[in-house]
Design a protein around this ligand. Sequence first.
Ligand code: ADP
Ligand code: MG
Length: 728
Amino acid sequence: MSNIRFKAIEVSLARKRKTLDLPKEKVSTYFGELTFNRNAMREFLTREAYQKLIDVIEKGETIERKIADQIAAGMKSWAISKGANHYTHWFHPLTGATAEKHDAFIIPIEGGNAIENFQGNELIQQEPDASSFPSGGIRNTFEARGYTAWDPTSYAFIMENTLCIPTIFVSYTGEALDYKTPLLKSLAALDKAATNVYKYFDKNVKKVYATMGWEQEYFLIDSALYKVRPDLILTGRTVFGHASAKDQQLSDHYFGTIHERVLDFMQDLEYEAHRLGIPIKTRHNEVAPNQFECAPVYEETNISVDHNQLLMHLMEKVGRRHDFQVLLHEKPFKGINGSGKHNNWSIATDTGVNILSPGKTTDSNFRFLTFMVIVLKAVDRYANLLRAHIASAENDHRLGAHEAPPAIISAFIGSQLSQTFDEIEKKDKKGKVNTNDFNLNILIPKIPEIFLDNTDRNRTSPFAFTGNKFEFRAVGSSANCANPMVALNAIVTEQLNQFKKDVDKLITKNTKKDEAIFQVIKRYITESKKIRFEGNNYSDEWEAEAKKRGLANIKSTPPALKELISKESIKLFENLKILTERELRARYEIQLENYVKKIQIESRVMGDLAKNHIIPIAIRYQNTLIENVKGLKDVLDSKTFVKLSRNQMQTIKEISEHVEEIKDKVAEMLEERIKANRIENLEEQAMAYNMKVMPFLAQIRDHVDDLELMVDDELWPLPKYREMLFIK
Ligand code: ADP
Ligand code: MG
C-alpha cells in the first residue's frame, strides 16, 4: 500500500515554476484600477454627486436619496465597465473573516429581457439574512436580522467580477455586530479628543486621524502537503509533528534570498493588491523557515484595516494559484516562531504633522513629548484591556513563546527617550518649576539628532515606540486589525480627555498653559513608569520583575477576555460612545464561545488522528519488529538472541507504552470534553476547556511526536516538519 504522505511529497517535488503573466507597465498605471477611487468617481459621477460624495467622505455629511441614486448609478456603470456583474455589501462580522452575499445587477424586464440595475437604497443599506453570524445573543432577543450600511470612507472595489461595497453591520436594535462599527466610532472619538489637546499647541488644526501600517507575517507550505494534514486543514496548525533536525537555529532564512516559487507568489499577490489600491511595499523572509512578511505604506486606520482584511483573502486566493497554502495561524508549527501582525500606529493632523514624530524645536518636542506621555499613561492604565483585545485561542500559543512578545503588556520607548523622561521627572523635584521662571527651553530636553534618524529598537516588546510610531506587536497574524485598534484608540482618547481636564484645571487656577501641561506630563511620567520596560521581554527575569511591578501576566484567553466586561472597560467604552455594555457583553460571549469551539475542534482532530492515523501505524511497525524478533529467536542461539534483540525488544515495549498512553489520554480528554460540554455557564465552560481539556493536547502530542521518531519513515502518514518547512 502506498503512503499518502509520499504521494504528496512526490507531487510537491514535481512542481514546475509557473509562468507569470504580469503586466510590464509601471505599478502606478494600474494601482487602484479596481477601486472606485477619486479618479473613477470623477469620471463616472456628475459634478454634484462627486462633490457630495467627497463631503460625505471628508466631513461625514449625510446623503439624500436623490444623490445616493446618482452615486449608485455611477458606481454601477464603473463596475460594469470593469466586467462586474454582481454587487455585494462587504463587512467584517465577528467571525474574524469577511462576509459577502452576492446579488446580480440584473433585473428582468418585460419581453423576456433584462437590464442592469443598482439603486441608491441598494448601495446604502442591505439586509443580509444574517442569523448565523455570531451576535452574542443580541439578535436573538428580537429578530434574527441585522443590516449592513455603506461606509463611504472606504472605496468600493471589484473582486471576482463583483462590486464590493464596504459596510458596517448592525442589528435591528442598533448594536454593532462587526469590527468596523466600533472602529469608526473610536476614530471619531480620538479625532475629537486629540484635536482638542493639539489646539494647545496649534489652533489651526481641525482634524486628527489615526494612521496604521500593518506588517503581516505568514507561512507558506506546498498545498499537496497541506492537503494530507487534516490538522492543518481543520485547525490551521499542526497538532503533531516532531521538530526538524534543522529549523531556524542558523537564522539563515531571515532576510535571505527569496525562493523563486515564493517570489512568484509574492509578485502575483502584489499585483493583485496594487490593483485593489493596497499599497504593499515591503516583502521579505522571516526568521522561521517558510515564514514571510509583507507590509504596506501606512494609511488612515479604517482604510488600512479594510486593506489588511482584503489582503488576507487575496493571499489565500493567490496562494492556491501557486500551489501554496498560506498559513495565517499564529502558531502553525511548534518550537519555531509564530506569526504576528505588527500594527504600527500613530496620529497625524490635517495640517500634515505626524504627532508622534519628535521635533527639532523646543515647541515641537514639547508637543511630541506630551502626546507620547499621554499614550504611555493610557497603556499603563488600560494594559489589561489591550491584552483582552489581542486574546484568541491561536494567539495563546504565541504570546510568551518563541520570539513572540509575552502576555505581559509593557511599552518600550528606547534609552534616549527614557533619559529624556527621567530628566523631566527630576526637574520638578529640584523645584525649578515656578510660574516666574518657567522656561520650556530649559525644561524640555533636546532630543538628540542621532535618535531622529536611528532609533534604538527592541524587538521583544509587545508595544514599542519605533521612532515616529508605536508598534503593537502582540497582535495575532490572523486577527482583524480593527479589534486592537479600537482598544488603543479608545484608551488614548480617554487619556487625552483626562489630560485636557487636568491641564484646564490648573489653568483655571492661574497656571500658565505651558506650565500646566508640563506639570501634568511630569506627573503622568511618574505614574506610568511601571509600564515602561527597556530590557529583554523574552527573559525569565522580566516575568519576575513584572510581577514585582504589579503588571498582569494573563497567559490564556478566557481570563484575558474577562477585562472586556470589567467596570472600567464598560465605563470607558460607554462614556466614549464606542460600545455599550450590552455590546461588550455580547462580544465577550462571542469570543468565549469561539474559544471553546476552537479548543473543542483541536481536541477532536487530535483524538481522531491519534486513533485512526497514528496508533494503527505504530502497531503495524511494532508488528514487523515482533516478526523480526521472532525470526531472530529461530535462527540464533538463546544467548546471542538475548544479546542482540535487546534494543528491538525495548522499542517494542516503548511503542506499546506510547500507544497505551495515547489511548488512555484520548479517552480521558474525551471525558473532560463531555463534562465541559455539559457546563451551561459559558465562562466556566471556557475555563474548563482551558484548564481541563487543553493540557491533554500537549501530553498526547509528546507521545505521538516520540513515536514519529521511532516508527519506520516509510509508514508515517503525516508530512513531517522537515518536509513542510523547506520549499524545494
Ligand atoms: P520597521 O520600522 O518595522 O522596520 P517600517 O519603518 O518600514 O519598518 O514600518 C513598518 C510599518 O510601519 C509599515 O507598514 C509602515 O507603513 C508603518 N508606518 C510607518 N510610519 C507610520 C506612521 N506614522 N503611522 C502608522 N504606521 C506607520
Ligand atoms: Mg516593524
